[in-house]
Design a protein around this ligand. Structure first.
Ligand code: GLN
Length: 551
């Protein structure tokens, strides 16, 4: 039978519960245990797919095409597990399933209630993912004390009672704020948060106390006393320079030993060497490189979580620190404020590589086209993802292939030269649902950059898009020098484009960032960063030559 760890959060949100849960997963895997990870989100949206990235951060896409919470991305990056639609349940999805059962008459005429029907549904979701895992880690989103979280907390309370104390434990993440005027770490919010948990019948087994600094012994002792826990259950979870250093930090304090003991699991040797080496690579890289990300949600970096993590992985693989510049695409477009435009252009010119990530909606698209043009003309490495492929096609069509007014049907449905159109129009059939979501295969052309980068000719990547390259424009674009180097569905869908006349210009219709892992960096990201490093070297050589010429 599997063992269960329930992770809750107190005091405030955004304490890093996802990272803490994922880190526990990492530590258990390091001891040789198979883990499964899931997240409950107390909001009523059925999934975050339709929520604004500003509201919710990134939408992480699973293999089976579920649009999920970004914490699932942390789970997949920190552990070797794969998540699916079964690993992320919102209150909306739970209620949807309960209501469907009610309509089908499955409750046999009973009054359908939060307890037991909703809580049973929640417990069922936890059990379903246990499968062959030794330990199931369940993160409960939201903050203890919220009305919305109550059914979830009640469900895990019951779960623990049914499973027994040695089979299910509660880990609670709280905040211990440092108050500058008093020069003191304050324990009161943690005391209150634990009291709130107790009030609903949950006695936490382990406390992870977040603070901007390590928590000294006497403060831990005070927390232990006031929360009725022994001190060896109260851990300090300080800010660390990289999220990937969290598992190491928790391990050094013995969090994993404590959890294994509570769950009556033997603690073998912790195999952390490779991971620690990776962290070392982040902290002490040999060089650095600048990557400009030109997009629409750049003010809110959580919107591009997997993307920035994939660049961290690729940086370590190239032994460089990847410094990201977030450039608001709207500022590069025609209608932009001249001062902001100049600033954005200057910023763009400083980059060793330019990346246009995925996005929806028209705002800022012309600025992205400008960024592509800059990268193409100045021979700066360019990497386009999803919308970044579509704008690259638009740019090439307009400025090289001479296709006047080339546009995407997403932004200009009436345009004559729509080089990007709805998927349905491409394949001529309804592909079910409005978006192409999840993992699909693509075939790479022999001799292409894509083929070299991957080192194989069939790949499978995760998608989330509604639009595609219009096949009617493939010939003119190809004649003008653009290469369609990867396709799917017997060539009906373009998956990758590249520019053989450019040092490194590649764009894909899928989202490779979802499959990048710390110890297995994604091949495209790795190659892109390598190209940026090379570009930087050339630029430095040119600058030196100019300086020498002047001297
Ligand atoms: N909006 C574009 C589409 O639907 C691109 C989507 C994306 O970048 N994820 O095809």
């Amino acid at each position: 039978m599997a063992k269960y760890i329930f992770v809750t959060g107190g005091v405030i949100s955004s304490l890093g519960k996802g990272i803490a849960s994922a880190s526990i997963g990492r530590l258990l895997e390091a001891r040789g245990y198979r883990v499964a990870m899931m997240k409950f989100d107390p909001y009523l949206n059925v999934d975050p797919g339709t929520m604004s990235p500003f509201q919710h951060g990134e939408v992480f896409v699973t293999d089976d095409g579920w649009e999920s919470d970004l914490d699932l991305g942390h789970y997949e990056r920190f552990t070797s597990t794969l998540t699916s639609r079964d690993h992320n349940w919102t209150a909306g999805k739970i209620y949807e399933s309960v209501l469907n059962k009610e309509r089908r008459g499955e409750y046999l005429g009973k009054t359908v209630q939060v307890i037991p029907h909703v809580t049973d549904e929640i417990k069922g979701c936890v059990r379903r993912i246990a499968d062959s895992a030794h330990v199931v880690i369940v993160e409960v989103g939201g903050t203890v004390g919220d009305i919305e979280s109550l059914p979830f907390l009640e469900a895990i309370r019951q779960f623990h009672l049914e499973a027994g104390d040695e089979n299910a434990i509660f880990v609670h993440l709280t905040l211990v704020p440092f108050i500058a005027s008093a020069r003191e770490l304050k324990t009161k919010p943690t005391q209150h948060s634990v009291r709130d948990l107790r009030e609903i019948g949950i006695n936490p087994h382990v406390l992870l106390c977040r603070a901007d600094r390590p928590i000294p012994e006497e403060v831990r002792a005070k927390i232990a006393l006031f929360t009725n826990l022994s001190m060896d259950r109260v851990f300090s979870a300080p800010d660390v320079p990289s999220i990937y250093a969290v598992p190491t930090n928790l391990h050094q304090q013995g969090v994993d030993d404590c959890i294994l003991k509570l769950l009556r699991l033997p603690a073998g040797r912790a195999r952390m060497d490779e991971w620690n080496q990776f962290v070392q690579g982040i902290l002490e890289p040999k060089g650095e490189v600048r990557i400009g990300i030109v997009g629409k949600y750049v003010g809110f970096e959580d919107s591009y979580k997997s993307l920035s993590e994939a660049l961290v992985h690729a940086g370590v693989a190239n032994d460089v620190r990847v410094n990201l510049s977030w450039i608001e695409s709207g500022n590069l477009g025609p209608g932009a404020d001249p001062r902001l435009k100049e600033e954005a252009q200057e910023e763009l010119a400083k980059q060793d590589g330019i990346l246009v990530p995925g996005g929806f909606g028209e705002r800022g698209v012309d600025g992205m086209v400008e960024a592509v043009r800059f990268a193409r003309e100045r021979r700066v490495p360019y990497f386009g993802i999803c919308l970044g492929l579509q704008v690259a096609c638009i740019e090439y069509a307009r400025n090289v292939a001479g296709i006047a007014g080339a546009a995407s049907g997403e932004f200009e449905p009436q345009a004559k030269n729509r080089v990007i159109i709805m998927l349905e129009e491409c394949v001529g059939v309804n592909i079910g649902g409005s978006m192409r979501l999840g993992r699909y295969e693509a075939h790479l052309e022999t001799g292409s950059l894509a083929r070299r980068v991957y080192g194989k000719d069939v790949i499978a990547e995760r998608h989330r898009h509604r639009y595609e390259v219009n096949n009617a424009f493939r010939k003119p674009l190809e004649d003008a020098g653009l290469r369609f180097s990867g396709t799917a569905l017997d060539g009906a869908l373009v998956e990758l484009i590249e520019l053989p006349s450019h040092p490194w210009f590649l764009a894909c219709q899928y989202h490779p960032e979802f499959l990048s892992r710390p110890l297995q960096p994604h091949p495209i990201f790795k190659s892109f960063v390598a190209a940026a490093v090379e570009h930087r070297g050339h630029a430095a050589d040119r600058a030196a030559a100019v300086a020498a010429g002047r001297a």
